[in-house]
Design a protein. Structure first.
Length: 121
């Protein structure tokens, strides 16, 4: 599996997010922080799994990753609204997730082009 930018960007996002989530206020640390951390880690694992798969199974994993990314975006917005993340932190996280989302969309598009090419043959 070649090292795609989506893997390194997601890894960098995890390196940024996990320490911040560990510093959430106590009353959110074991609910919201754990959920955010788990969703982010699940997303990264799903991407790795997609990279190791071929054919339709890869597409299924990418759709799972897309859903997890959407859930992660909503959780981070909730974190910002509850004051667990500052506005600059939320803007930084949203920017990283937008970049990751574009890379994921590009991967989807590439798979679609490959599938249509194979169907023509």
């Amino acid at each position: 599996m070649p090292e795609s930018p989506i893997f390194s960007r997601t890894y960098d996002f995890l390196l940024w997010l996990l320490p911040r989530a560990a510093k959430f206020p106590r009353h959110y640390r074991f609910t919201l922080a754990e959920r955010v951390q788990r969703r982010a880690l699940d997303f990264h694992e799903t991407l790795i799994s997609a990279g190791l798969r071929r054919g339709p199974e890869r597409a299924v994993r990418l759709h799972e990753a897309d859903a997890q990314l959407a859930q992660l975006r909503h959780l981070l917005r909730l974190c910002a609204d509850l004051g667990c993340l500052t506005l600059p932190q939320y803007e930084h996280a949203a920017g990283l997730l937008t970049e990751i989302g574009k890379l994921l969309g590009g991967w989807h598009k590439t798979l679609g082009a490959i599938a249509s090419e194979l169907a023509r043959k």
